[in-house]
Design a binder for this molecule. Structure first.
Ligand code: HEM
Length: 156
């Protein structure tokens, strides 16, 4: 089981690093270069967005599977405060998932999101930074013992 815990944490981190890195790269490099050359709606830009969208979709699947496995691993040993932060983290993570879907899915309904790609990319990067911060707090609060539920807590 320890191996499984390790693999899950490892994959969680790898997939998040990949998503976060891709979003920063898209915001800092791809959008400005495509704009400069006015090729945002032409090939190969469209193909690049499509391939990126598919890669992010697969990475998100890994994030969710490993994230919920992490929850399963820690939830029995942690208290209310931890669960509150965890709830906030999950809500923001799902918001990120929804936003990335809206931005990369080619459905006509999402045209508005594609037009405002730079803003939405920035929003995703900011949300990602907050979620990583919440995660660091979750981890540290467990390591310091602050998050761990003591028998006395049950009565509160
Ligand atoms: C619904 C989706 C997600 C769930 C259920 C989830 C759940 C978890 C849980 C329970 C942990 C263990 C924390 C601890 O050690 O106490 C964790 C670790 C972590 N998560 Fe997530 N997560 C999700 C999505 C994300 C996203 C979107 C990001 C980043 C943008 C992220 C970043 C991290 C990081 C960086 C850690 C490692 C913290 C550390 O060990 O220092 N997670 N996740």
């Amino acid at each position: 089981v320890d191996v499984l815990k390790f693999v899950s944490k490892w994959l969680h981190l790898l997939s998040i690093i990949s998503v976060f890195g891709s979003l920063i790269f898209a915001w800092l490099v791809m959008v400005p270069v495509m704009r400069k050359h006015a090729i945002e709606e032409e090939e190969p830009s469209r193909a690049i967005w499509k391939t990126l969208g598919i890669s992010l979709g697969i990475l998100w699947l890994v994030i969710l599977l490993t994230g919920f496995f992490n929850v399963y691993v820690v939830s029995a040993s942690v208290g209310k405060a931890y669960h509150t932060f965890l709830g906030a983290k999950i809500a923001l993570a799902l918001l990120m998932l929804g936003l990335s879907m809206a931005m990369f899915h080619p459905a006509p309904a999402f045209a508005q999101f594609r037009r405002n790609r730079p803003q939405w990319l920035l929003a995703l990067v900011v949300l990602g930074a907050i979620v990583v911060g919440l995660s660091a707090h979750l981890n540290l609060s467990r390591l310091s013992g602050a998050a761990l539920e003591r028998p006395a807590d049950v009565s509160r």
